[in-house]
Design a protein around this ligand. Sequence first.
Ligand code: UT7
Length: 332
Amino acid sequence: MAERAGIIGVGASVPERVLTNHDLEQMVLTSDEWITQRTGIKERRILREGEDPARLGIEAAGMALASAGIRPEEVELVITSSNVQIMPVPGSSPFIIEGLRDRKGTTDRHVPFFDLVAGCTGFIYALEVARCMFGGGYRHILVVGLESLSRFTNWQERETCVLFGDGAGAVVVGPVEGGRGILASHIAADSTQWALLRVEAGGTRTPATAETVAAGQHFLRMEGRGVFEEAVKMMERATLLALEQAQLSKEEVAWFVPHQANLRIIKAFAARLHLPWTKVLVNIDRYGNTSTASIPLALAEAAQDNRLRKGDLVVLVGFGAGVTYGATVIRW
Ligand code: UT7
């Protein structure tokens, strides 16, 4: 049977510092009860001041390569998805490559890279780009989802600061056989709704100034309820369209891996599709919403504890700023 692009290695990394709901009770007017009931989050990992977010990406990438049995010098392309990059220029990827280069056995090969911005759906978008690049001849592609939104969080605004966590997940896309691999993908976006999730300043329309910082325009802003309603519909739509493209039914799926934004969103999505809850991967209670890192983080955990098995049919599905959404169907 023909060779296809598949996920041949997976890894993840989160900061050591744990921020619990009880810690947040000391920071803003909120409660463990409110956060648990409305979001399902109990704690999240947050970078310490001065801690380099690149380390998360490097560790996740290193684990993914090790689990794939691939040496860093065999990587032919790196795609890093983030909402906000380690530096506006040159982005995030070069810092991950630099970190891998420092590891034993790495050569000085000039590996091409680019960063991809598609909100929390970034990982699904990056996977689709990797699949296309594989079709164009790239054999081993490192896809990293790296997020450190704590650096763009207003820690005095209870509506957003309870939601997000930092983390990174990575996969190696490479050749697989025997009917395995990425079977189908549906990516889409409704750009008319871009204002639902935004960081207003720090880009070229409104460059960062003392005034924009004083006005808090560099913080992530969100219309939570609007995002919630769109998210459920978009995840359902993307899942059904990707499965239809793969000519498979939802009953054949072993694992649904939704973006971990809010437990209520995940439950509403599962209810609309009548999915058995036992088939839905959830870890939002421990990490909060790690945005574009949430799907590979959940995949890495499930692969590590052997819940994900070779041959399992897996659906990744997400939504995010833009408003972007998408789903990927994989024979693991
Ligand atoms: O990756 C994509 C990123 N974003 C998302 O996925 C977010 C999607 N949206 C959500 O998850 C939910 O909309 C939230 C969790 C953000 C909010 O839940 P909600 O059920 O939509 O609550 P709400 O915004 O309608 O607010 C209900 C009340 C308000 O008070 P009043 O006006 O009813 O008196 C809020 O001020 O809850 C209040 N509230 C809080 N109370 C305690 C908002 N945040 C908090 C808080 N603690 N942290």
